[in-house]
Design a protein around this ligand. Structure first.
Ligand code: BDR
Ligand code: CA
Length: 310
């Protein structure tokens, strides 16, 4: 079977960084572009961070295309307190040599989807995907899979109801979730089962590679944030679960569901209403429910160790 052609639509983001480096070290998928969106930090920073990460991964050939600078409605609510002011834990970086593409992210996605079957891994707000759907009607049928990190069945992380990627652009998420995409959703209930602990951070440091050192450096303040917010230093690998779904098909348990996004509730704006009643068991929309963290971390460690000593 041909390797899935993949675009990662992202707002790096410390856990986005892990997801991208995991993807670029994995032979099961063919990553053909990174598209950026405003989210954890503004679009200038997420695009710069994507260029930094692609260079760090030794893939300067990869297209990095800038996307939407803010949500469809209202202003961006960044998450700098989680990911650092620069979005990657505020480390020192040299200016990356990797250029930014001339083409807009939405047009890159459209072109790649028209060329051949495409898988999209969306790990930021869904603004680019909503624009793609509006500007290229019927494009959903050209997309083999859309794996989204977003939403929550039970508790949000920005408000009691809303998860960050959906909260950052609820109108976009509502449109995408009601589109005809073959969606697999990784909500917080799933991603909170996928964590790295201090021993994993030591492992990354001990690799003696630039990738290991950079990742451990970004994950350190992220762990401190988790400690303050959740009461322990385990760092949640939200976005890497969406990539793992492609590397180890079936490893994440899913259920069929119907998902809608609340855009108008006074207390519930940005909530994903995930209806898992039995009538939806065979829905093409799947929602991740369980992941074996030991297996996930094993794959993550092995892949991240593939980067060379430089
Ligand atoms: C999501 O929000 C962002 O802060 C993370 O990168 C992840 O995509 C988790 O709610
Ligand atoms: Ca993200």
């Amino acid at each position: 079977m041909a390797r899935p052609r993949v675009v990662i639509d992202t707002d790096p983001g410390v856990d986005d960084a892990v997801a991208i480096l995991l993807a670029l070290a994995s032979e099961e998928i063919d990553v053909c572009a990174i598209t950026t969106v405003a989210g954890n930090v503004g679009i200038d920073k997420t695009t710069l961070n994507a260029r930094r990460l692609v260079e760090l991964a030794g893939r300067p050939d990869l297209t990095v295309a800038r996307g939407a600078a803010g949500p469809l409605v209202g202003a961006l609510d960044e998450a700098g307190e989680v990911h650092g002011l620069d979005g990657l834990g505020d480390l020192e970086w040299d200016e990356p040599g990797v250029p930014e593409a001339d083409e807009h992210a939405v047009e890159v996605l459209a072109r790649l989807a028209e060329e051949a079957p495409l898988t999209i891994v969306a790990i930021g707000p869904l603004t680019n995907l909503a624009l793609l759907q509006a500007r290229h009607p019927g494009i959903e049928s050209r997309v083999e899979r859309l794996v989204v990190m977003g939403g929550a069945s039970f508790h949000g992380n920005v408000t009691a109801a809303a998860e960050f990627n959906v909260w950052a652009d609820p109108e976009a998420a509502a449109r995408v979730m009601s589109g005809a995409w073959p969606i697999t959703l990784m909500p917080l209930d799933l991603t909170h089962q996928a964590v790295l602990n201090d021993a994993d951070l030591d492992y990354l440091r001990g690799l003696g590679t630039t990738v290991g050192e950079r990742l451990a450096g970004m994950l350190e303040p992220y762990a401190a944030f988790h400690d303050q917010w959740y009461g322990n230093r385990d760092v949640i690998m939200h976005d890497a679960t969406a990539v793992y779904e492609l590397l180890a098909p079936g490893a994440i348990e899913t259920v069929g569901a119907h998902v809608e996004v609340e855009t108008s509730g006074r207390l519930t704006r940005g909530e994903t209403v995930i209806d898992r009643r039995r009538g939806f068991a065979h829905s093409s929309t799947r929602v991740g429910t369980r992941i074996d963290n030991d297996r996930f971390v094993g794959v993550l460690r092995e892949r991240l160790a593939r980067y060379p000593l430089v």
